[in-house]
Design a protein around this ligand. Structure first.
Ligand code: C2E
Ligand code: MG
Ligand code: MG
Ligand code: MG
Length: 291
């Protein structure tokens, strides 16, 4: 789990995937049951702009195993991906997230929600159509849904992936490129993917305030994204100094524990209601002292 967070961690992740250890098979069976029993939950983490406006919330899946306790998403998502359970998990996540968007809209909270989708989903035949049908069923406009993808969608059958993504954006769904900087970060990919937002991976953001190389990488990424007309979101913002650096570098929005961690639905609703039209504000104690 920790290894995947490293910039070079992709190999670790891939090799872990193939090992069908009894433990993984056990977890897989449990995950299948957990989905049927609706034991899997979504938490929501805000994305806020520098003026405090809430740009949206990202749905992040949470699973509390009856015996093992919390299972990290990275771990069970890898299992779902390698086992064929991924489409089922994604259906569950989309269904739950759209139900929540509809509830919020009924309360006057018109905030878009982002759902993470795996390459497997994008390669599932009929995916774009099924998303559109689900939106219609919930009475949610496509603009209220964002899908977060990674460059990995282009590794296998890039033409089919591009067609599916074009289908989704054709329906009005917004696409966001997640974990930018950790994969190939290829300019060809960036041009080929119909995304309107780019998310800079936490591994570059974490040490931004102390590491000049990371700061340069972030600066170049922001400039590149803006020159392509994309919005830039920084993930994993934990402190004021990083927040200020990102604002100065021209980043558009941030996500991270400084603002809020992913919250269960009731807490996210309270968070949204408390901010109202005022938006998020940094706690006064965190502001620099007046001269
Ligand atoms: P991600 O989409 O890049 O999500 C960001 C991760 O960073 C989340 O971890 C989030 O809880 C965590 N995070 C947010 N702010 C901070 C911060 O300030 N500091 C630190 N240290 N961490 C922060 P999480 O929830 O464990 O999810 C891990 C990954 O699992 C996600 O990365 C995403 O790739 C995947 N994932 C989560 N939910 C879903 C889902 O419903 N479907 C799919 N396909 N993947 C999902
Ligand atoms: Mg994400
Ligand atoms: Mg990410
Ligand atoms: Mg990430």
């Amino acid at each position: 789990y920790q290894a995947k967070r490293d910039r070079t961690g992709v190999e670790v992740y891939e090799s872990k995937r193939d090992s069908n250890t009894p433990d993984r098979l056990g977890l897989l069976g449990d995950l299948r049951r957990a989905l049927d029993a609706q034991e899997v939950q979504l938490h929501y983490q805000p994305k806020v702009r520098f003026d405090g406006q809430v740009a949206g919330l990202e749905a992040l899946v949470r699973w509390v195993h009856p015996e093992r306790g919390k299972v990290p998403p990275d771990e069970f998502i890898a299992i779902a991906e390698s086992s064929g359970l991924m489409p089922h998990l994604t259906e569950y996540v989309l269904e739950t997230a759209l139900g929540q968007v509809a509830k919020w809209r009924a309360q006057g909270l018109r905030v878009p929600v982002a759902v993470n989708v795996s390459p497997r989903d994008v390669h599932t035949p009929g995916f774009a159509g099924s998303v559109a049908a689900r939106l219609a069923r919930h009475g949610v406009p496509a603009g209220a849904l964002q899908l977060e993808i990674t460059e990995h969608v282009l590794l296998e059958d890039p033409q089919r992936a591009a067609d599916t993504l074009a289908g989704l954006t054709g329906h009005g769904v917004k696409m966001s490129l997640d974990d930018f900087g950790t994969g190939y970060s290829s300019l060809v990919h960036l041009r080929r993917l119909p995304v309107s937002e780019l998310k800079i991976d936490r591994s570059f953001v974490a040490r931004l305030a102390v590491d000049t190389e990371d700061a340069e990488i972030v600066r170049c990424t922001v400039d590149l994204a803006h020159s392509l007309g994309l919005l830039v979101v920084a993930e994993g913002v934990e402190d004021d100094e990083t927040w200020e650096r990102l604002r100065d570098l021209g980043c558009d929005a941030v996500q991270g524990w400084l603002v809020a961690a992913a919250m269960p639905p009731e807490e996210a609703t309270a968070w949204l209601l408390a901010r109202g039209s005022r938006g998020w504000q940094r706690p006064p104690a965190a502001l620099p002292a007046a001269e």
